[in-house]
Ligand binder design. Structure first.
Ligand SMILES: [Zn+2]
Ligand SMILES: [Zn+2]
Length: 212
């Protein structure tokens, strides 16, 4: 059991005001920002405690959005990507708007539908230094970028690497019609006369399946 300060009592759960939703330690929540123009803060509830007047506070571990990190948003960051920070705060439980789900990267990529409450996290983030764990991730395609789950990729039957259609000089529709899909390297080994040999690398342009 966590130590309790005098006059404070640890709680197992908290009911979000005006709802029947119960928040427990370990749950992820959206919290109302002080500036209502901003998107809600995302946090993991680490502790719930009530003082002697029954004011409930939660100790939260913040998730950072890519734009809130030192390096900013990068091309491979997904729209629903969050970083689990080492930054903790006490907040009034009243600022909890609703619960949300922060999936592992793998589970997120398997979701059939991404709802407004679905997020994912693949990096831990040190708020003081801007450092990430892991500090290296696999890269794919000719553009050698980490996987952004918002961008459609097709797998080459030959080398098994994954590619952005646009990096291979194709539209998504064209890439889907190629069954099996072969990247330019594999198709040129296969049949040097195929017109698909040429591709242009356009790492600046990404195909978005979903918009915020
Ligand atoms: Zn690419
Ligand atoms: Zn290939």
């Amino acid at each position: 059991m966590a130590k309790t300060k005098p006059g404070k009592k640890d709680l197992d759960s908290y009911s979000i005001k005006g709802t029947n939703k119960v928040v427990r330690v370990g749950d992820c929540v959206l919290m109302r920002p002080s500036d209502s123009d901003k998107p809600p803060y995302v946090a993991k509830v680490d502790r719930i405690e009530a003082d002697h007047r029954n004011n409930v506070k939660v100790r939260v571990q913040w998730y950072y959005r890519p734009e809130e990190s030192v390096g900013g948003r990068r091309q491979f960051h997904g729209a629903k990507e969050l970083f689990l920070s080492d930054h903790y705060d006490f907040q009034s439980a009243h600022t909890i708007e609703r619960k949300c789900i922060v999936h592992s990267f793998k589970n997120y990529t398997k979701l059939e539908n991404v709802g407004p409450e679905d997020y994912f996290c693949r990096f831990d983030y040190k708020a003081a230094t801007g450092g990430f764990t892991p500090d290296r991730v696999a890269v794919y395609c000719k553009c050698e970028m980490p996987y952004n789950p918002d961008d459609l990729m097709v797998q080459c039957e030959g080398c098994k690497d994954w590619f952005h259609p646009i990096c291979m000089g194709m539209t998504i529709e064209e890439a889907k019609k190629l069954d099996p899909f072969l990247c330019s390297d594999c198709s040129s080994e296969d049949d040097a006369k195929r017109p698909l040999n040429s591709f242009h690398v356009e790492p600046k342009v990404e195909l978005k399946r979903r918009k915020r």
